[in-house]
Structure formats: structure tokens, C-alpha cells
Design a protein around this ligand. Structure first.
Ligand code: FHN
Length: 602
């Protein structure tokens, strides 16, 4: 098995060097392979807070995040009153197997459940503290036991969320307010650690069979709060001693570079922007709150959730999607609908997600969606075009793969539909049928008998044709000028506050004239000269100062960006060209370059 994996990694590395499509798996940590293969898991926030449903004495959550599981802290609820929420649990209905079945049907491969959240209440029958769900509810049921049995039965990996840093129940646990009160000393906090954290983790790792991972939740650096590195190391040591295969996430409070941390957990609902070599995930909500909130009204669409999953996979990441069941165990209808829809999609297109990764093109190369890939293990390679937006002109434009596929097939529920295509240099045009392959995301499979060649730097063709040359897709040193992303007011741009030249790699699909427009903001008092050169020909334009633009009435103004048609440059044949743009602002001038738009004239 190890040998096969080694061979696969070597093949992938060699394909990377040859600039072919790179499904580069990157971890040399075998234990984490199942996790990166799985790509999609379920998070479950369920505890006493589920019974409060985000409302306390007629009032919604106070101060900020509106996470229902924070209600004890936010609404300053006493330990006794909070404990009395146990009366609302309906054990005749609670059935953890239903959660497992919902996960399985959704195509998820693992479950992470909040064994203990910040409220400090163990949801299993912990011997360490009587303030646990089984005792408070006066039941002999142990949800964690039942869940572990169901997970094993249905082939789902089980993981525990354990709130180590925060514990609002233990007298020496931490809550944020102690930043003001200074109530707990280091010694006391260590008592909490030794008497509750480590013994409870021991229970979780001893009594419930194989645990796939422990998911911790400290989202600040441990040095900025009460937790000591030695305490974190005790946790790692305990886990490795009791369950050597159990993974540990970075929110233990240590970064991914530390030995003992297997994968990185990004910020909540923070999806990938760049390719990461190490294993990573986003934990995200299906609506807003993690725990069940009766006032929830921010359910995300199925398309949005699928796109989050695909975006992450294309950047080597996982998606761990949260649901918050009620105190009777039921999953809200809105959640069930989305999980089922995702499950139907994965049953059809799962091959493009599990064991998959991105190709070595720019992360947001195409404006119609994303690309994933995986090696079939026999040298064959599949590339999956995940089409979020079905082009109105029924041509899907894919840029950067220069090998012709053997087959192009649209994956439909009813089967596969072969699609005609043309390849011109790095520009692949696929002729699409009228109707999209799927109401959420359509998947088109490209088959190759070996890793196809990739032209990673070439400018992508936009939907409907045309090429946007921006600060993000230049070929030269990207650090010479500051790149500013769309900030809600101004478009993405490059700050060119000194004279400079930038260039791009462009593939002209045919001979002829290409029009050249430049979009910019010139905050200087003088005109700024812009020269664009391609195929040894040059055009020039003095770019006039621009002004401000009103965003909203009565005072919200921002920099105006204008679009100027400079002219056209003719090329004698189809092929690769370097396009160079030179600007001559005086040092200190405010010249913001947005893009050049290149388009073939009829
Ligand atoms: O405060 C928690 C929150 O309640 C929830 O558990 C999420 C899950 O990632 N983690 C914390 C915030 O980052």
C-alpha cells in the first residue's frame, strides 16, 4: 500500500516538473490520507444550548455573533438555570443513527460532533463531571456511545470536537470575561486542565472505539491567552499514546508547522483563496448559527454550499459542513433539504470530489466555475469542469490545457452525454447543449490517457470571448506594485505609483486585429502616458485625470475608474504573444491600474 502511494506521489511529482496537470497530493503524513480523500464531512453542534434555541426569557442572543451555542455566556445565564434546559430533551425521539444516515446520504465521509462545547457540558456520560447531558437529563442513554456504534455500522469516521480552552462551567475554566475580571490564575487553570480536560479526553479516546480526529477550537494564538504550550503538548501526547491514528487540527492552538498538528482549520466559513500544500479544511455553517436557533433566517443555498465544497477541493481543502439538530435530535427541514440535494449531486459527480484536487492553473482562472482533477491510478487522468454558470452562448471556454482530451462528457443524472470540442493552442471550446447538466453545478469530464500538458501562465478567455489582463495575472514579479482586491467600492487594481512596465502571456486564437481598452483611475493632475506593445507593434494613449464617483447619495464617494479604447494591434498569425504595458506616472502619483481588455475585432 505504502509502495503504491509512493509510486503515485513520484508520478505526480514528475508530472509537476513536466508542467502537466498536477493532482499534487502533498502530505507525507500517511495518517491524514483518509481525510484528504474524504473531502466532505458533517459537523454537528448539539448540546444543552440546542434546547434554548437561541432565545432566553424572550430575548435573542446578546453581543455580537448570534451563535445559539453561546447563549449561556452571552445572556449571562446561571449554571442552575442553564442545567434545567435538560428537561426539554425528548429522549423518545433522539436517535443519533439518523444523523449518521443523513451524513451518509449527503455523501459525507466523517462526522465531528461537539462532545463538549464552550458551555463545559459533556454530552456523554462522563465520570469526570456530573454536569453532563446524561446525568442532567437523568437518562442512561449516552449519545456518543450510540453515535459511535452507528458510525461504525454505516462506515462513517467519527471525530470529537472538544472545547479545551473555553469552559464556562468549571470554576477554573476560561471565559473571555476573565480578560476583565482576571479571576483565574495560571495554577487554577492548570487544575482545570489536569482535572477535567485530560481526563475527559482520556474517556473519549478509551470508551468509543477508533476516533478519527480530535477537533479543538482555540482561534487565537495560545500565547495571547491563558493556555500554555506544555498543556497543549500534554494533549498531543495523550492522543498519540491512546490513539496514534487520531488526527489533530490546528485550532488546538498551534500552527500546522508544529509536530502533532495534522491539518489546518481555517476561520469559520473562511473558504480557500490560494492553493495550500498541507491538508486543510473549512468548517462552515449551513445557515448562520452553529447550534439550533429558532430565529435562523440565513440558510445558504445548495449551489452556494456545493460551490464552497468544490472551491476548497480545487485548492486541496476539505469542507466540514455544520448542522444544528434540535433538542429532540431532529435536523431542521431546511438542513435536510440541502443535505439531500448535495447527496444527489455527489452520487452523480462524486468522482470529481473524493480523492480529488485542483489543477495547476490560477485558482480563479475561469469566470464560469472551477476545475478539479484526479488520477485514476492507471495513468489515466480525469479533469472535471465544474460549471457554476451555464454560458448563454453555449460555448464553454477553458484556457490553459494544451493537450486534446480523448473524450468530453457532460455528467447527467440520466447518464453521460458526449460533447463536441475544438482545441486551439491553450483555448478549448466545448459546445454545450441548451440545458445545463444540473440545476446546481454541472460537471463535465475530460478524459486523458496521461497527464495533459498545462500552460499555467496564459491569460484565460472570458465567457462570451475576450481577455482581461489584470494585476493578478501578470507574468512578471507580482511584488513590484501593490495589488488591491475589490474592496466593496473600487474594483481590483494595481497601485502604480512610479513608472513601470508589466506584461502578460496571451494566446491570439487567430490572425487579425485585437482592440485594446484600458481601465484605470488617474488621481494625478496631469495625463499619464500608457503604451501597449504586442508582436513588435505599439499603440499609445495619454490617460486623462479621473475624478470621484458617488456611490450613495450624501457623501459616500470613491475613486472613479474609466475605460478608454486605445486602438487595435494586428497580429499576423494565431499564437502566443507577450503583451507589455508601460505607464509613466511621476513617483508618488496615484495611478490605479484596473485592467486591459483585449478582444478580437470582426
Ligand atoms: O465559538 C465557536 C463556535 O461556537 C463554533 O463552535 C465554531 C466552529 O468552528 N468555533 C468557534 C468559533 O470559531
Amino acid at each position: 500500500m505504502r509502495l503504491i502511494r509512493l509510486l503515485v506521489v513520484l508520478m505526480l511529482l514528475s508530472s509537476a516538473l513536466n508542467s502537466t496537470a498536477q493532482p499534487v497530493t502533498t502530505s507525507n503524513n500517511d495518517r491524514v490520507q483518509w481525510f484528504t480523500d474524504a473531502r466532505f464531512g458533517m459537523f454537528i453542534h448539539w448540546g444543552l444550548y440546542s434546547a434554548a434555541e437561541g432565545i432566553w426569557h424572550g430575548e435573542r442572543l446578546r453581543n455580537g455573533n448570534n451563535y445559539a451555542e453561546w447563549i449561556r455566556y452571552r445572556n449571562r445565564i446561571s449554571r442552575e438555570e442553564y442545567g434545567a434546559l435538560a428537561k426539554r430533551f425528548d429522549w423518545s425521539k433522539i436517535n443519533p443513527e439518523e444523523w449518521v444516515l443523513a451524513a451518509k446520504k449527503a455523501g459525507m465521509k466523517y462526522i465531528v460532533i461537539t462532545a463538549k462545547h464552550h458551555d463545559g457540558v459533556a454530552i456523554w456520560n462522563s465520570k469526570v463531571s456530573d454536569y453532563n447531558l446524561s446525568k442532567l437529563c437523568n437518562t442512561n442513554r449516552d449519545v456518543i456511545k450510540e453515535l459511535s456504534v452507528a458510525c461504525r455500522k454505516h462506515g462513517i469516521k467519527l471525530a470529537f470536537y472538544y472545547s479545551h480552552w473555553l469552559d464556562w462551567e468549571h470554576p477554573f475554566g476560561w471565559d473571555h470575561n476573565q480578560e476583565i475580571t482576571g479571576r483565574v490564575t495560571d495554577e487554577q487553570y492548570n487544575q482545570y486542565w489536569q482535572q477535567k480536560v485530560l481526563p475527559q479526553l482520556r474517556e473519549l479516546l478509551t470508551n468509543y472505539g477508533d476516533i478519527a480526529m480530535l477537533w479543538f477550537d482555540m482561534w487565537v494564538d495560545h500565547k495571547t491567552t491563558i493556555v500554555k504550550k506544555e498543556q497543549l503538548q500534554q494533549v498531543i501526547q495523550l492522543i498519540h499514546e491512546l490513539q496514534p491514528k487520531c488526527l489533530i487540527n490546528s485550532r488546538l492552538g498551534l500552527s500546522i508547522d508544529n509536530p502533532g498538528i495534522d491539518f489546518e482549520t481555517m476561520g469559520d466559513n473562511e473558504f480557500g483563496a490560494i492553493y495550500q500544500k498541507h491538508p486543510w479544511e473549512t468548517a462552515g455553517t449551513i445557515a448562520h448559527s452553529w447550534g439550533y436557533n429558532a430565529l435562523e433566517n440565513q440558510w445558504k443555498s445548495t449551489s452556494q454550499l456545493l460551490q464552497s465544497l468544490i472551491d476548497n477541493v480545487s485548492l486541496n481543502g476539505n469542507f466540514t459542513l455544520n448542522i444544528g439538530p434540535r433538542a429532540d435530535g431532529s435536523i431542521p427541514y431546511e438542513g435536510i433539504r440541502r443535505l439531500e440535494d448535495i447527496g444527489v449531486w455527489l452520487a452523480k459527480s462524486g468522482e470529481s470530489i473524493y480523492k480529488s484536487i485542483g489543477v495547476s492553473l490560477r485558482p480563479s482562472q475561469h469566470d464560469w466555475g472551477r476545475i478539479t482533477t484526479h488520477n485514476t491510478g492507471t495513468g489515466n487522468q480525469k479533469i472535471y469542469l465544474q460549471v457554476y454558470n451555464w454560458p448563454l452562448d453555449h460555448i464553454l471556454r477553458v484556457t490553459g490545457i494544451t493537450t486534446a482530451p480523448q473524450r468530453v462528457e457532460l455528467i447527467r443524472k440520466s447518464g453521460r452525454q458526449s460533447l463536441p470540442f475544438t482545441l486551439n493552442g491553450p483555448l478549448l471550446h466545448i459546445r454545450l447543449p441548451q440545458e445545463a447538466g444540473d440545476p446546481f453545478v454541472s460537471t463535465i469530464e475530460l478524459s486523458y490517457d496521461a497527464a495533459p500538458a498545462i500552460e499555467a501562465k496564459v491569460i484565460a478567455e472570458s465567457s462570451f470571448g475576450g481577455f482581461a489582463l489584470t494585476g493578478e495575472n501578470i507574468t512578471g514579479d507580482p511584488s513590484e506594485f501593490e495589488l488591491v482586491k475589490y474592496d466593496g467600492l473600487r474594483p481590483a487594481h494595481m497601485v502604480m505609483n512610479k513608472p513601470g512596465t508589466i506584461s502578460w502571456r496571451f494566446y491570439a486564437p487567430e490572425a487579425g486585429k485585437y482592440s485594446i481598452d484600458v481601465s484605470y483611475h488617474n488621481g494625478a493632475k496631469e495625463k499619464i502616458l500608457c503604451s501597449v506593445e504586442m508582436d513588435g507593434k505599439q499603440i499609445q494613449q495619454a490617460l486623462s485625470p479621473t475624478s470621484r464617483v458617488v456611490v450613495e447619495p450624501n457623501g459616500q464617494y470613491t475613486d472613479e475608474f474609466v475605460n478608454v479604447t486605445m486602438g487595435a494591434i494586428e497580429v499576423s498569425k494565431a499564437g502566443y504573444y507577450q503583451v507589455t504595458a508601460k505607464f509613466d506616472p511621476r513617483t508618488g502619483d496615484k495611478f490605479l491600474f484596473n485592467r486591459i481588455w483585449l478582444n478580437k475585432l470582426p
